[in-house]
Ligand binder design. Structure first.
Ligand code: FAD
Length: 596
């Protein structure tokens, strides 16, 4: 049976020592979000995830969703768990109090999302999609639409979806065919088929609000001709209760590799009534609000699965007895030593842990800047934070989900043959983690976003939001004897990142295929440097605590040792990545298509 405990001590360390969460309560509207309150909220969230959601994860995987006569049923226990979730107000945790939300920082919600994804990723899909729909509607909806629909999304009695994908149109949304025809009353008639729609139909809520990309009759071709519409399953009556059924129905659900308790639906829109969200033909802009928040959230899915995978691998490695330490028996009284004595098993565990804790720190820092970008009184700080978030979004999405998948595989490896068996629980994490690398823009597309859009934007202004603070921190830390063993490897890796950036930018100007060919390796290189920065910060904070004799010495000592592992064994991968980036596009492009 798999285990899960929310990593509250590490979360508090990251919030207090890396992010400086105390500053959040200085922001307008966040006055109540003191570190104590945030800790209490996360303690409660941890209980919900450990006691309510986690026990349904394996049974949900086994049972999956079912489809019969247009009705989708979630696995046993999901409806009750969802009711518990919304009754406690978790859905509205970071939502606007004007619509019934609790108005807590987005950072707090991101930390809770990690716990939810560790405990039960399939469950997390339903509230996650609702929050995405809330974000788009909150920013771009008319006052009337907001008043009618937002309170229901916030209290969770209604849920949301995002309907982009069509059978012939996945990554390339410019070719979608769903049509929207204006009506005299200001509404639109939406017709088309969407596929792979998460939470498109289910039995958790009394109504479902679809945010749908479609084309108006006069739409220009490509992504410049896409508009966004709100299409409810049941049209809302004036008193806020569900009214007549709209022309939208689920045609079937997918039978998937993982997240089996999350419904993935074909949705047929047949003259369905909808309302425009945002301006005509500017739907991609509105959808991007949803997608950026969703990309951060999908990155957190990878982190959540990495954490639970690591916990199970570490627990197993301490109890499984096989072989003897190569240095001689460590537990001579036992028939064999626990496998944790073996260097290769330790390498697996430390890799899992270093990636996971590094990602948590980076995800929290980006989450913090999401709040600063929205709330800081100084416009310049808001802009700088927004630029940092924009730059880091593809990295959080792609790096964390790659890590989620890698760490889930590590957990299977540490379990040996038992990891391959369903009952043990870790093979589910491999299957569940795989989708996060694909949806919300595949990881290859995230890399293109980083290289093609973010890197060159405003003469590299976005890059400076990362490069400048890291440079400044390194200059100080390199002079500090205690920190040199962490700061020097990060400085060297950062040098490679700067060189790679300059070369890709230069080559890419002449030949865009050169930049595209480097993109995935560049994103990984960037991500490894970013995690290096986080481990430097964590080593600095842990060292200071140890020196002051404060807190849990074993926790801080472990931080230093994992930081050293990261610098010695993982960060040097930047050198190989640098070499492969330098090899350019030719090795990828010279084999003729027909020869594949
Ligand atoms: C379980 C699940 C849930 C989903 N949930 C939703 C949802 O709620 N709403 C929704 O709208 N969609 C959803 N999707 C769809 C998902 O977002 C798409 O599958 C994804 O965007 C990729 O599109 P595609 O499958 O058509 O692949 P394709 O676009 O056909 O891509 C195939 C491969 O080619 C690569 N590729 C494509 N174009 C390029 C390019 N220009 N440059 C480089 N490489 C390229 C891709 O990276 C990929 O590796 C879901 C999918 C699944 C499986």
């Amino acid at each position: 049976m798999p285990i899960y405990k929310a990593p509250l001590e590490d979360v508090r360390f990251v919030l207090d020592e890396i992010v400086g969460v105390g500053q959040l309560s200085q922001l307008p509207g966040y006055e109540d979000a003191t570190p104590d309150l945030i800790a209490q909220v996360l303690d409660e969230g941890a209980k919900l995830c450990e006691e309510v959601l986690f026990p349904l994860n394996q049974s949900g995987d086994k049972e999956g969703c079912t489809f019969e006569n247009g009705v989708v049923r979630t696995p046993k226990g999901f409806k009750e768990a969802y009711d518990t979730y919304i009754a406690a107000g978790w859905q509205g945790l970071s939502c606007d109090p004007a619509y019934g939300g609790q108005g807590l920082p987005k950072l707090v919600n991101a930390m809770l999302e990690e716990f939810i994804c560790s405990a039960n990723l399939s469950f997390g899909m339903y509230p996650g999609l609702s929050l995405g729909a809330y974000n788009a509607l909150h920013k771009y909806g008319t006052e009337d639409l907001k008043a009618r629909y937002l309170p229901k999304l916030v209290d969770g009695t209604w849920s949301g979806t995002m309907c982009l994908t069509e059978p012939h149109s996945g990554t390339d949304l410019g070719i979608i065919r769903t049509k929207a025809v204006p009506q005299d009353d200001g509404s639109y008639r939406i017709t088309g088929t969407k596929i792979f729609i998460s939470a498109g139909e289910h039995d958790l809520t009394e109504n479902i609000l679809h945010l749908v990309l479609a084309r108006l009759p006069d739409a220009p071709a490509g992504t410049r001709g896409i508009s966004l519409f709100l299409v409810p399953k049941f049209l809302a009556k004036d008193d806020g209760t569900p009214g007549p059924r709209n022309g939208v129905a689920c045609g079937s659900i997918e039978h998937k590799m993982g997240i089996k308790a999350s419904s993935t639906c074909v949705m047929n829109f047949d003259d369905a009534t909808g309302w425009l969200v945002g301006e005509p033909h500017k739907g991609m802009r509105a959808m991007f609000v949803m997608m950026n928040a969703a990309r951060h959230a999908v990155g957190i899915q990878g982190l959540g699965l990495a954490e639970v995978s690591y916990q199970n691998a570490a627990a197993y490695a301490k109890e499984r007895l096989q072989g003897r330490s190569v240095k001689g028996a460590k537990f001579p009284d036992k028939p064999a030593d626990p496998i944790i004595v073996h260097p290769d098993v330790r390498k697996n565990l430390l890799t899992a842990r270093a990636y996971t804790e590094g990602s948590r720190a980076l995800g929290a820092l980006v989450g913090y800047h999401l709040d600063l970008a929205e709330r800081h009184p100084d416009a310049r700080q808001r802009q700088e934070s927004d630029e940092f978030v924009q730059l880091m979004t593809p990295i959080v999405k792609a790096l964390f989900t790659d890590i989620g998948s890698e760490v889930a595989n590590i957990a299977v490896q540490v379990h040996g043959g038992h990891g391959f068996i369903w009952e043990t629980g870790v093979e589910q994490y491999v299957r569940d983690a795989r989708i996060a690398q694909i949806y919300e823009g595949t990881n290859g597309i995230q890399a293109l976003d980083l290289v093609g859009r973010k890197m060159g934007q405003d003469m590299g202004r976005l890059l400076r939001r990362f490069f400048h603070p890291l440079q400044a921190e390194l200059e100080v830390d390199m002079e500090n004897e205690e920190l040199a063993e962490y700061a020097i490897p990060v400085a060297k890796a950062f040098g490679k990142l700067q060189q790679a950036t300059a070369i890709i930018a230069q080559k890419g100007l002449k030949d865009p295929e050169e930049a595209a060919a480097a993109a995935t390796d560049y994103l990984r290189l960037f991500g490894l440097v970013a995690l290096g920065w986080m481990w430097l910060k964590m080593a600095k904070a842990a060292g200071a605590k140890l020196a002051a004799g404060e807190g849990n010495a074993a926790f801080y000592d472990a931080k230093l040792k994992v930081a050293r592992f990261y610098m010695a064994k993982l960060l040097p991968q930047v050198n190989t990545l640098f070499i492969t980036i330098m090899a350019g596009a030719k090795p990828l492009m010279e084999l003729e298509d027909a020869a594949f």
